[in-house]
Design a protein around this ligand. Structure first.
Ligand SMILES: [Zn+2]
Ligand SMILES: [Zn+2]
Length: 346
């Protein structure tokens, strides 16, 4: 089979290679990958800007079908349609034992498509049984491939952000995370969701309106702070979700939010941001950051996707074969796509 391999540390070093088909260990299943999305973190690995252990087949946002099970596997059968988080947490460390498996600190923890475990940009991959979730019948493989980023957003919003019915919520950044956050905030009862972006985001802001945003703001053309105030009785937003990872947006979050409001940080910038934390004191704010997912995030995510409360279809802007991976990465890096899926991994 072919797989897209990060061959060594450094810039680039991505190659479509002929690989041996993997074999499942006793507690693993062999998956035929049906759809796999390119994530921002795959781009970071391409440019050597994040943690990974080469050589490794990239790809951690995926769906697939079980084609073989290891001898000890009991809860999954051949033919099951499945998804999973990337991280095979250890279950033994302090964080795992206190329920924060997304914080697992085990040094030899395996992360599919990142470290010590090959990922989904290949026809087959092996996945440990204990991290698997079955895909509801009503979801296609393509939709299910977006369960991973959706679960990250569900962990940030549904599990960690105090949105109450009627709230004015600002979502900064109309990328995959922001567009998912818009839908989750609505489902949690937000009275109105305002999505902000820059001028080159116009087409994404249009998608935001299509999937439920009540208002969109081009922060480069409009007095965004004033617009948010005018849509919140002059008070500011009850909750701001920072989903862009851009420094100026982080500063602006502190202005958009009302006194005693809340900010959730979802976007990673990868470098320090200078912001005025006096706002935290003067406005009595709360701020939370979240990372990855818990098993519960996946249960909630798959239910919300199956019920139609979250519709990921408008986010899938490109479906291409793995053999065209260079074009896929180019589409993501030039921000011409929201989500690029590899749907033919042969
Ligand atoms: Zn991802
Ligand atoms: Zn652990």
């Amino acid at each position: 089979m072919r797989g897209l391999v990060k061959t060594a540390r450094g810039e680039g070093n991505l190659e479509l290679q002929d690989l041996e088909e993997p074999r499942p260990k006793p507690n693993e299943v062999l998956i035929e990958v049906k759809a796999a999305g390119i994530c921002g973190s795959d781009i970071h690995i391409k440019h050597d800007q994040s943690f990974y252990t080469p050589p490794v087949v990239l790809g951690h946002e995926y769906s697939g079908v079980v084609v073989e099970i290891g001898q000890d596997v009991q809860s999954v059968a051949v033919g099951d349609r499945i998804v999973s988080p990337a991280t095979a947490y250890c279950g033994q460390c302090y964080h795992c034992k206190t329920g924060c498996v997304n914080r697992c600190t085990c040094p030899d923890k395996r992360i599919l498509g990142v470290s010590l475990a090959d990922g989904a940009f290949a026809k087959f991959m092996t996945v440990p049984e204990f991290i698997i979730h079955k895909v509801p019948e009503s979801l296609s493989f393509e939709e299910a491939a977006l369960a991973e980023p959706t679960a990250c957003v569900v962990h940030s919003l549904a599990e960690s952000t105090p949105i109450t019915p009627g709230d004015v919520v600002v979502v900064q950044g109309p990328g995959t995370m922001g567009l998912l956050a818009t839908q989750v905030a609505k489902t949690m009862g937000a009275g109105s969701v305002i999505v902000t972006g820059i001028t080159s985001d116009r087409w994404r802001l249009d998608i935001a309106e299509m999937i439920g945003a009540d208002l969109t703001i081009d922060v480069q053309k409009e007095e965004a702070d004033e617009v948010v105030k005018s849509h919140s009785d002059g008070l500011g937003a009850d909750v701001v979700i920072e989903a862009s990872g851009a420094g100026p947006a982080r500063s602006q979050a502190l202005e958009f939010v009302k006194s005693t409001g809340h900010i959730s940080l979802l976007g990673v910038q990868g470098k320090p941001t200078e912001i005025n934390l006096d706002y935290m004191i003067e406005k009595e704010l709360t701020m939370v950051g979240t990372w990855g997912t818990l098993p519960s995030s996946w249960v909630t995510t798959l239910r919300m996707m199956a019920s139609g409360q979250i519709d990921v279809k408008p986010l899938i802007t490109h479906k291409i074969p793995l053999i065209d991976w260079e074009r896929g990465f180019e589409l993501m890096e030039s921000q011409k796509a929201i989500k690029v899926l590899f749907t033919n991994l042969a």
